[in-house]
Design a protein around this ligand. Structure first.
Ligand SMILES: [Zn+2]
Ligand SMILES: [Zn+2]
Length: 438
């Protein structure tokens, strides 16, 4: 991170949310040379070169950790780079990004893991790479997971596709028990999903769009739970989309299988009636499913079956989205709306406790990847975000920091605005309207 940005910072009178202790209290936070040096009331700024941020009426949260992001570098730098992705992240309050391996070349070697770590070091937030489970994401030969872990990979995933071959998947699981790192699984039976574009149901029928059955997700989840049970491996199932998946994972957890899971804000926010607009930003994988599924995902969050919320930030060029539904790429960006979309749906609409949401996007995913994050404590590097929970903002293309503008939330008014983000001890993002002096 850029050293010259490191200023002494004093955050005044914010309401501090600590997901580890499940507490909320009003306090000042003093940050010296990037390290949190004091958390108490009425800290007086003694130094001259201090930036004071008035956070009265705002929430101060640990910086968020998004454990499912596509930064597109190397290979697709016209869509996003590590640098632009990190700028989008801090605008959304995210101070740690876990990036997926489906770049070009695929992150399946030690040198590529190191390349991403190095690039991440000079970007606005912390970037932690996931390495591929199979070479070239081909689902055939297992990568050298030990070497990749030594190089700094925080998990393994073939995200984008599923490992078809059950024997290979079983070998990956058995091998992975040697490392305490998660296998992040994109569950899709692509024989079932085939050329499908959207959720198979009422709307796919009336709109004449090829459907993707819930079975596509659920068959693979069922398989991988069985394999995890047999191998003793820890698995993390990403971007749940169906009610049946929540049920299966709940049962597996009760049976003692080492399984965790996450969901995206867009799967919590929309149901497939959105497809009537033929807006290609709604074309995502897994697909936006029925209202029944959406409700089951919200319940999965409320009763603790779902462990984390992730963006699955997937930047695509305008030319790849601004086309017919059939030709458009799958995916939506999401780093900048991770908090506000989840907050609008879960806390404003469903009246869920804010502390619980903060946990789902900071401490909980940190624990899953074995990273000591999501904390506000004296002596630690400052990763914080200041939130105005009263503010509302319409998502517009001209206000998106990401290089790609394919947001599923375009035109939506979302509550909860990130006012300022301190990442790696640096003031990495700040809105214009914050009261700053110094
Ligand atoms: Zn995926
Ligand atoms: Zn993904």
């Amino acid at each position: 991170m850029k050293e010259n940005m490191k200023k002494n910072l004093l955050i005044k009178s914010g309401s501090i949310i600590d997901p580890w202790s499940n507490r909320e209290f009003i306090s000042d936070v003093l940050i010296k040379n990037g390290i949190i040096s004091e958390i108490k009331e009425n800290i007086k700024a003694k130094e001259d070169n201090i930036v004071e941020i008035n956070a009265e009426g705002y929430k101060v949260s640990p910086g968020f950790l998004d454990m499912h992001v596509h930064l597109r570098e190397p290979g697709f730098e016209d869509k996003e780079t590590i640098e632009t992705g990190a700028l989008a992240a801090v605008k959304g309050g995210v101070t740690t990004v876990v990036c997926m391996a489906n770049t070009r070349p695929v992150v399946d070697t030690q040198s590529l893991v190191k390349y991403i770590l190095k690039k991440g070091n000079s970007s606005a937030c912390r970037v932690l790479p996931v390495a591929a489970m199979t070479k070239g994401l081909e689902g055939k030969n297992i990568t050298e997971m030990g070497i990749l872990a030594d190089a700094g990979a925080v998990g393994f995933s073939d995200d984008g596709i599923c490992v078809r071959d059950s024997r290979v998947m079983y070998e990956i699981m058995r091998y992975s028990t040697q490392f305490d790192l998660p296998l992040i699984l994109h569950e899709e039976d692509d024989f079932i999903s085939g050329d499908g574009l959207v959720h198979e149901g009422y709307y796919s029928n009336i709109l004449g769009l090829e459907g993707i059955s819930r079975l596509s997700d659920e068959l693979m989840i069922e398989r991988d739970i069985s394999l995890a049970k047999r191998s003793g491996a820890g698995i993390h199932i990403t971007h749940l989309s169906t009610g049946g998946s929540v049920e299966m994972i709940k049962k597996a957890k009760d049976d003692g299988v080492k399984v965790t899971c996450d969901v995206t804000p867009h799967h919590l926010f929309f149901n497939d009636s959105c497809l009537t607009s033929f807006n290609t930003n709604f074309k995502v994988k897994p697909p936006i499913r029925s209202e029944e599924d959406r409700k089951a995902l919200v319940e999965g969050i409320k009763d603790g079956v779902i462990d984390a919320i992730v963006s699955d930030h997937a930047p695509h060029l305008d030319t790849e989205k601004n086309t017919t539904f059939r030709l458009a790429n799958f995916g939506t960006i999401g780093l900048e709306t991770l908090f506000s979309a989840a907050f609008t749906k879960l806390c404003v609409e469903e009246k869920m406790d804010l502390g619980k949401l903060i946990n789902l996007i900071s401490a909980a995913p940190s624990k899953i990847i074995g990273f000591n994050g999501g904390k506000i404590e004296v002596g630690s590097l400052a990763n914080l975000t200041v939130i105005d929970t009263e503010a509302e903002e319409e998502i517009r293309k001209d206000n998106i920091a990401s290089k790609s503008k394919n947001s599923i939330f375009l035109g939506q008014k979302l509550k909860g605005k990130i006012i300022c983000t301190i990442s790696g001890g640096n003031l990495a993002y700040m809105t214009n309207n914050i009261k700053e002096k110094g």
